[in-house]
Design a protein around this ligand. Structure first.
Ligand code: R5P
Length: 302
């Protein structure tokens, strides 16, 4: 069965790596054309290779900058269905809007649910990596398509083992505990989870870590998402006062908006390391093989 990978803009290299990984597994995986023209008024026109009968159609579209990416994605999914695709899958290494998983103030939208309904109406399956599951415990609570979440913790743990001696894993907030504890357990390192109060988009307060039990350990701050970087910066500021060895920051998804990366380094981080779920400079943790295995599993289902 041929697997046609349709790369939405910005995902071309990712789709190519996935296609090669699928070919190494013996699959007939190909890149199919998917071109998005932006008109001067910023509306889009999409054109793609019509799916041949009995091929699998897989859209590759990570969902940082989700508002701009979603419209072409929905057009691609709808067009594939109109042109006869037997089913349309979506590989979105970063899945947007998962952090707004409740109505935190009267009148707020529960974005995670709305976005889930939207994608579910247009695609048949979704493969992603470490979505921000907190108050929602499983993607299938909100997605009606077949959704599967892969986990990057083994890859994060592997990178830390190879690159940091005597690590002390630090989760900067309760929501990061699931990643911090998982990674710590895999590498047999101690773990500490701090408490965070968010005061605004770029204002965060984090509790002071008590490091007395682990002198000389290198703090490795682990979070699922770096957005403004303010969570990590607040934790790093405490560590700087405590004069620890230069901390390392590791995250699954490096959205890293604005001055996040330079800000984290200026706050004392020796390195910032993320997976390549989102393209930027700090991405040595490669998700390609994980995603390829995930696609094979999704396509094996009837
Ligand atoms: C939320 O709880 C997430 O796990 C991250 O801690 C958060 O998204 C990081 O955001 P920022 O980089 O803007 O502080």
């Amino acid at each position: 069965m041929t697997i046609n990978l349709y790369a939405l803009p910005g995902n071309e290299a990712r789709a190519e790596r996935i296609a090669q990984a699928l070919q190494r597994r013996g699959h007939d995986a190909r890149i199919a054309a998917c071109a998005v023209h932006r008109f001067p008024d910023s509306e889009s026109l999409l054109r793609l290779d019509p799916p041949a009968p009995d091929t699998e159609s897989v859209l590759v579209c990570t969902l940082d900058h989700a508002d701009a990416r979603t419209m072409p994605l929905l057009m691609a999914a709808t067009t594939l269905r109109e042109l006869g695709a037997r089913r349309v899958g979506l590989v979105a290494p970063y899945l947007a809007y998962m952090r707004q998983d409740a109505r935190f103030a009267p009148g707020q939208a529960i974005s995670a649910r709305i976005y889930a309904q939207l994608l579910s109406a247009h695609c048949d399956w979704l493969l992603t990596v470490d979505p921000h599951l907190h108050r929602i415990h499983d993607l299938n609570e909100i997605y009606t398509l077949r959704a599967h979440a892969l986990h990057a913790a083994p890859l994060l743990a592997e990178w830390i083992t190879r690159n940091v001696s005597q690590p002390l894993i630090v989760g900067p907030d309760g929501e990061s505990a699931q990643w911090a504890e998982d990674v710590a357990q895999r590498i047999g390192a101690p773990v500490l989870v701090l408490e965070k109060t968010r005061l605004g988009d770029s204002a965060v307060r984090v509790s002071v870590p008590d490091l007395a039990r682990w002198p000389g350990h290198t703090p490795v701050l682990i979070d699922d998402v770096i957005s403004s970087g303010r969570t990590l910066i607040a934790a790093l500021e405490h560590l700087r006062v405590l004069r620890t060895p230069p901390p390392v920051c590791v995250a699954v998804h490096g959205l890293c908006v604005g001055d996040a990366l330079p800000g984290i380094l200026a706050a004392g981080a020796a390195r910032v390391v993320c997976s390549n779920s989102v393209a930027h400079d700090a991405t040595p943790i490669d998700l390609t093989e994980l995603l390829a295995d995930g696609i094979v599993t999704m396509l094996a289902a009837p």
